[in-house]
Design a protein around this ligand. Structure first.
Ligand code: ADP
Ligand code: MG
Length: 238
């Protein structure tokens, strides 16, 4: 059974469907990357799964049970936003532990887990550093640690490396893949960068105008794009 399943999910903003009858399944431990041009519905897809955006039609199932009407904080999914929105007035530990406080984890346990998470994302001992003193890449790592803190069954990342320069992104993608593999994290990530998606994902989903244009392993999509649009989007014509 899929950990996450979307069945015919439609989200409309006025006349326009940001998502148009989307079907999608993510298996446990799988890393799925959603690719697509700007405005194709990628962020809306994550927001619907997180419960931050209501679906006009269709169902969102987690572990086979319908969570379409379950509020965001009870869905057991983590979402790391595009502009990671750290709290600038709190130190690194304060940011990472934020999710744990929300989940009523006791203070001693919070600080132990915060230390572990910072080791995990490559920022050991950074607890008391101020967020403002960190580089863009370091801030991204803090945001990732914060998203991982409540140990979500499903971790969703919206352009997780979007703010970083290419060299750093390429290194972090490899690290992330290793990290998720070790933790057994199920991941649904959004990117508009095909290189990033192909390096990170077990499976990619290409979106166009709120619909799934193609889904498959990176190799399948690379070798057999299902349409002119997918081929063009993946850059085969240049
Ligand atoms: P992507 O993340 O792929 O760039 P989005 O999911 O953000 O795409 O947006 C998909 C479409 O829905 C776009 O046309 C966008 O303008 C529209 N949209 C997204 N959020 C809203 C909103 N809150 N209100 C109105 N339109 C929205
Ligand atoms: Mg987006």
């Amino acid at each position: 059974m899929a950990l996450l399943q979307l069945e015919g999910v439609t989200v409309r903003f006025g006349e326009r469907a940001a998502l148009d009858r989307v079907d999608l399944a993510v298996a446990e431990h799988e890393i799925v990357c959603v690719l697509g041009p700007s405005g194709s519905g990628k962020s809306t897809l994550l927001r619907v799964v997180a419960g931050l955006q209501a679906a006009d039609e269709g169902r969102v199932l987690l572990d086979g049970s319908d969570r379409t009407r379950v509020p965001a904080h009870r869905r057991g999914v983590g979402l790391m936003f595009q502009d990671h929105q750290l709290f600038p007035q709190r130190d690194v530990a304060g940011n990472v532990a934020f999710g744990l406080r929300m989940h009523k984890v006791a203070a001693a346990e919070r600080s132990r887990r915060t230390g572990e998470l910072l080791d995990l994302v490559g920022l050991p001992g950074a607890e008391r550093r101020s967020v403002a003193s960190l580089s863009g890449g370091e801030q991204q790592r803090v945001a990732l640690a914060r998203a991982l803190a409540p140990e979500p069954r499903l971790l969703m990342l919206d352009e997780p490396l979007g703010q970083l320069d290419r060299g750093l992104r390429e290194r972090l993608v490899v690290e992330l893949r290793g990290l998720f593999g070790r933790l057994g994290t199920t991941v649904l990530a959004v990117t508009h960068d095909q290189g990033e998606a192909f390096a990170l994902a077990d499976r990619v989903v290409v979106m166009r105008d709120g619909r799934v244009a193609q889904a498959g392993t990176p190799l399948e999509v690379w070798q057999r794009p299902s349409s002119e649009f997918v081929a063009r989007f993946l850059g085969f014509d240049n």
